[in-house]
Design a binder for this molecule. Structure first.
Ligand code: FAD
Length: 399
C-alpha cells in the first residue's frame, strides 16, 4: 500500500496523523486510534498496520498548530488535544493482532510419556510412492482404542515412536517424533486411530548403506504389531479456528503430513460433516518433490482442487522434471517466487496463516524466496517474519 504525502520525497521533518480503526486486540480493536508518525516512518507504519488488520481511514499532514486550542474542535480530523496524540516514538502499533486460533489450553499434550508409553497396534502400512520414485515413504496407521485414557490429538500435532531394540551402547532406543498425518477422527472417521507418513532414512557411509533405526522399523512393520507411542506433542502447527482463515502451506516430502490433516479437515466430505467446521477461506498448497511418483497423497489433493476450485489451489514443484525461470531445477522456493505477488497480497490480510513443514534444508531457500518476494512488494521480510510469528501466523516445523 502506497500513501501519497502530497510532496515529493525529501529529507524533512514533516509529521503525519494516521487515523486507524480495528487495530490491536480485544476492545482496543474497535476504537479509533491516531498515530503521529514522522515522514521517514510513514510507509513502514502503514505496512505494519495492514499486517495487524488495522484499517487506515485518514492520513493527513500534521502541524504544531493542530495541537493547539483549535484542535479541540471535534469536527476536524486532527481534533484531538495534543495530549491524546501518541508521540512518534510510540507510532509503531503496540500489540500484534492475534487471529482467533485454537485455544492452546484445550490441546492435549503428553498424555503418554516415554516411561509409560501407549501401546498401539498397526492396522495398515502401505507405500505412498509410485513406480520409479526415489526412496520409500509409507502411510502407517495405528489403532488407539485399547488405551485408558485414550490417546487423543488434534491436527498439526506429532507423536513419538520408540523403536524396538537397543542402540550401540545396549540402551533402549530413544523416541523419534513424527507429524500426525490423520485428522483427530482418523482415516476411518471413528476417532480411534492415528496415521503417520514416514520416509525411510537411508544414507551412504564408508561405502555402506545405513538405514535409519526408527524409520526402517516403521516402514517394515506388519499389521498386528504392537508399537510404543508417546505424546501427542506440539502446538506450533495448529490450524486457526476461523472458518474464513486463509492457509498457505509450504511442504516438501513428508512435510506434507500436517497439511494432509488440514486439507482433510477442510475438504473431505465425511470430515466436514463430522467436525462442523466449514472452511470458507482460501487454502493454497505448495508441494515439493523430486519426481512425480514422489508426490504424496497427490490424487486426493487433485480431487479437492477440482471439487473446491474457489477454496483450494495446489501448486507443485517437481525438481527433477520441471525447470525454473533460470533453466535450473524447479524447487518449492521457485514456485514461491513465481507467485510472490499473490502470496504477499494474501499475507497482508490478517486472516492469512503460513505453514512450512519438511526437512530443515528447505528453510534457507524459502527464506531467500520470501525476501525477494517481499522486496518486490516494497516489504522487508527480515522485519515482517518476526511480526507474523508474533501474531501466530507464521508456523514452521522442520526437522
Ligand atoms: P536414525 O537411526 O536416528 O539416524 C539419524 C541420524 O543419522 C542422524 O541424527 C545423523 O546423525 C545420521 N545421518 C542422517 N543422515 C545422514 C547422512 N546423510 N550422512 C551421515 N549421517 C547421517 N520423519 C518422517 O519420515 N515423517 C514425519 O512426518 C516426521 N515428522 C517429524 C516431526 C518432528 C517434529 C521431528 C523433530 C522429526 C520428524 N521426522 C519425521 C523425523 C524423524 O523424527 C526421524 O528423525 C527420522 O525418521 C530418522 O530417524 P531414524 O531413527 O530412522 O534415523
Amino acid at each position: 500500500m502506497r500513501v501519497s504525502t502530497g510532496r515529493s520525497a525529501q529529507s524533512d521533518s514533516r509529521m503525519f496523523t494516521v487515523v486507524v480503526e480495528a487495530m490491536g486486540i480485544g476492545l482496543q480493536r474497535r476504537a479509533e486510534r491516531r498515530l503521529l508518525v514522522p515522514f521517514s516512518q510513514l510507509q513502514s507504519t502503514v505496512r505494519t498496520i495492514a499486517l495487524q488488520g488495522g484499517r487506515i481511514t485518514a492520513v493527513t499532514p500534521w502541524s504544531p498548530s493542530d495541537a493547539g486550542p483549535a484542535a479541540a474542535d471535534a469536527a476536524t480530523p486532527q481534533a484531538e488535544p495534543a495530549a491524546k496524540v501518541e508521540p512518534a516514538a510510540q507510532a509503531k502499533p503496540a500489540a500484534p493482532s492475534k487471529p482467533a486460533s485454537v485455544s492452546h489450553a484445550d490441546v492435549p499434550v503428553n498424555t503418554y510419556k516415554p516411561k509409560d508409553p501407549f501401546i498401539g497396534t498397526v492396522t495398515e502400512n502401505y507405500s505412498l510412492v509410485g513406480e520409479g520414485a526415489i526412496g520409500r515413504v509409507n502411510h502407517i496407521t495405528f489403532d488407539l482404542s485399547a488405551g485408558e485414557p485414550q490417546l487423543r490429538y488434534i491436527e498439526g500435532q506429532s507423536i513419538g515412536i520408540i523403536p524396538e531394540g537397543t542402540d550401540a551402547n545396549g540402551k533402549p532406543h530413544k523416541l523419534r517424533l513424527y507429524s500426525i498425518a490423520s485428522t483427530r477422527h482418523g482415516d476411518n472417521m471413528e476417532g480411534n486411530t492415528v496415521s503417520l507418513c514416514v520416509r525411510q532414512l537411508q544414507y551412504e557411509k564408508d561405502g555402506e548403506t545405513i538405514n535409519g533405526v526408527c524409520s526402517t522399523y516403521l516402514c517394515d512393520i506388519e499389521p498386528g504389531a504392537k508399537v510404543r507411542i508417546t505424546g501427542p506433542v506440539g502446538k506450533e502447527m495448529l490450524l486457526p479456528a476461523d472458518e474464513e482463515a486463509n492457509v498457505i502451506m509450504l511442504a516438501t516430502g513428508t512435510g506434507i503430513a500436517p497439511m494432509r490433516t488440514y486439507l482433510r479437515r477442510m475438504f473431505e466430505p465425511s470430515e466436514r460433516e463430522k467436525n462442523g467446521w466449514h472452511f470458507r477461506g482460501k487454502a493454497w498448497l505448495f508441494m515439493g518433490a523430486p519426481k512425480t511418483p514422489n508426490l504424496l497423497y497427490d490424487a486426493d489433493f487433485e480431487h479437492y482442487q477440482s471439487e473446491f476450485p474457489d477454496n483450494f489451489r495446489y501448486t507443485k514443484a517437481i525438481s527433477r522434471e520441471q525447470e525454473n525461470a533460470k533453466g535450473g531445477r524447479m524447487y518449492i522456493q521457485d514456485r514461491v517466487l513465481e507467485h510472490a505477488d499473490e502470496i504477499f497480497s494474501m499475507i497482508e490480510n490478517p486472516k492469512t496463516h503460513v505453514y512450512m513443514c519438511g526437512l530443515k534444508g528447505m528453510e534457507p531457500g524459502i527464506d531467500e524466496a520470501m525476501t525477494a518476494a517481499a522486496a518486490a512488494k516494497g516489504l522487508n521480510w527480515a522485519e515482517l517474519r518476526p511480526q507474523l510469528k508474533k501474531a501466530e501466523r507464521w508456523h514452521v516445523e522442520t526437522y
